[in-house]
Structures are given as structure tokens and as C-alpha cells.
Design a protein around this ligand. Structure first.
Ligand code: KIV
Length: 257
């Protein structure tokens, strides 16, 4: 197993994994300093491109953003999401995972679980490409946002999926919108780290969509904490600019040749 992947697995029971998304070069540079894993998530579809969901984002778009992010990372592990319709068969999944790694030079890919793509995950792991799993609310497969694990049959389904992901060879697994009780059980059952988003403090690490935690996306479910309100900060800057232009205070002498 690659050293950088082993390092992530060894965080389990040692230190929480700090993870965030990045879609661009400047954000990558900042988050790299403070994160163990940087995910080029297909959430860029909604957070950046204003799409209704993640279903329309293409492989080419993911690769472009992957290249941009990876170019400014120096220490964090870089994971790129495999978008919808890029892993429908083993052949297609292997071809596209190889393409993502080759073009972006990222360290791993992430695949959302649809309850039956374990052989696909295994086939990618077998060709030497590390895979991060993703269970619970998986936006590529569910239309409506909801908490997973409330019912007993839901709990059993999630535990089964988590175990099957681990067996298929994933090096870590995202638990999205999963109840505290189930997240705790999965975390203590698996040998690989769990990374929670809306899945409680009991996971081995946490991830958020950076645009959400900076107050930029406008998407703020209960599990998102806005660590800063960049929307307000940006608005203040734009207001000042507007005023300065209208009052002919900008450009001043300093900004003029
Ligand atoms: O696409 C994404 O940003 C994700 C995270 C929410 C885990 O999958």
C-alpha cells in the first residue's frame, strides 16, 4: 500500500482527520496548510456552477478542477470525485479512474455507494488506485436530502454497506448525514477511518464543503457551521468599490499610470 494512504489509515484511533473540499488553485493553497485530505468534490456542480444537483457534472469538469487543485497542494492527500455516469461498468470505471489519476496527478478517487457497486470499487483498488468510499446521503443517487440510519433497517443497510466498502478495499469512507448512533457503530466496526459530514463527532475525521463553511454557498443544513461569513465580507468590499467608483474616488493617483 502507498505510504500516503497508509498514513491516512494510521490516523484511526490517533488523531482526527481534517478534510475539506477545494475546487480551485487559490483555495487549495490555503486548505492544504490545515487539512490532511483535500477533496475535489462533485459538489462543485451546485456550489460553483449553480446546477440543481450533482448529476450533470462531467468527467472533464472534474479533471479540470482536479488539475487546478492538485497544482497548489504540497502536503494534503488529493482525492477527486468520480462523477455520475463515469463508473457504470467495471470497464468504464477503470478507464475513467486511470484518466483522472493520469491527468490530475491526484492520489485517490472517491466513489459514492449505490448499494451494489462494490465490485466496481474492488476492480479500481486492484489496479492500484486508492478509493475513498461514501455512504449515507449520496447525492448522485438520492434526490431528496434526508438523515440516514433512523430506522433499524436503515441502520443494518448502512453497516452492511460500510463493511462491503471496506472489504472492497476503500482506504477511508465518508458518512454523510448519518445518525450519531449509527456513525459511532460503523466507526468502531471498521478498521479504516470514517470521515463524517453531518455524522457526529464520533467519526475518525470531519469534512465540510469549504464554500458552505465559509458562508458562500447559500446551502446551510443543520450540520454546516459557518466558521466565517465571507458573503458579508465580500459584500462590504463590493459596496466600498461601488461607492468609490460612483464618487470618482477610484482609481486614485496610486492606481493611475
Ligand atoms: O462532493 C462533495 O463535496 C462531497 C462531500 C460532501 C463529502 O462528496
Amino acid at each position: 500500500m502507498k505510504k500516503n494512504i497508509l498514513k491516512i489509515i494510521n490516523y484511526k484511533n490517533n488523531k482526527p482527520l481534517v478534510c475539506l473540499t477545494a475546487y480551485s488553485k487559490p483555495i487549495a493553497k490555503i486548505v492544504d496548510k490545515y487539512c490532511d485530505i483535500v477533496l475535489v468534490g462533485d459538489s462543485l456542480a451546485t456550489a460553483m456552477y449553480g446546477m440543481e444537483n450533482t448529476h450533470q457534472v462531467t468527467l472533464e469538469t472534474m479533471i479540470q478542477h482536479g488539475i487546478s487543485v492538485k497544482s497548489n497542494l504540497s502536503k494534503a492527500l488529493c482525492v477527486v470525485d468520480m462523477p455520475t455516469n463515469s463508473y457504470r461498468t467495471i470497464k468504464e470505471a477503470k478507464k475513467n479512474a486511470i484518466l483522472i489519476i493520469k491527468k490530475t496527478k491526484c492520489d485517490a478517487v472517491k466513489i459514492e455507494c449505490n448499494g451494489k457497486n462494490f465490485e466496481i470499487i474492488e476492480s479500481i483498488v486492484k489496479i492500484g488506485i486508492p478509493v475513498m468510499g461514501h455512504i449515507g446521503f449520496t447525492p448522485q443517487h438520492y434526490k431528496n436530502f434526508r438523515v440516514h440510519g433512523l430506522l433499524e433497517k436503515d441502520r443494518l443497510k448502512l453497516i452492511n454497506e460500510a463493511k462491503k466498502n471496506e472489504k472492497a478495499g476503500v482506504f477511508s469512507i465518508v458518512l454523510e448525514c448519518v445518525t450519531e448512533f449509527v456513525a459511532k457503530e460503523i466507526t468502531s466496526t471498521l478498521k479504516i477511518p470514517t470521515i463524517g459530514i453531518g455524522a457526529s463527532v464520533h467519526c475518525d475525521g470531519q469534512i465540510l464543503v469549504t464554500d458552505d463553511m465559509l458562508g458562500l454557498s447559500g446551502f446551510y443544513p443543520r450540520f454546516v457551521k459557518k466558521f466565517v461569513r465571507l458573503d458579508n465580507i465580500i459584500e462590504k468590499g463590493v459596496q466600498k468599490y461601488n461607492k468609490a467608483v460612483l464618487n470618482k474616488k477610484f482609481p486614485g493617483k496610486k492606481n493611475t499610470f
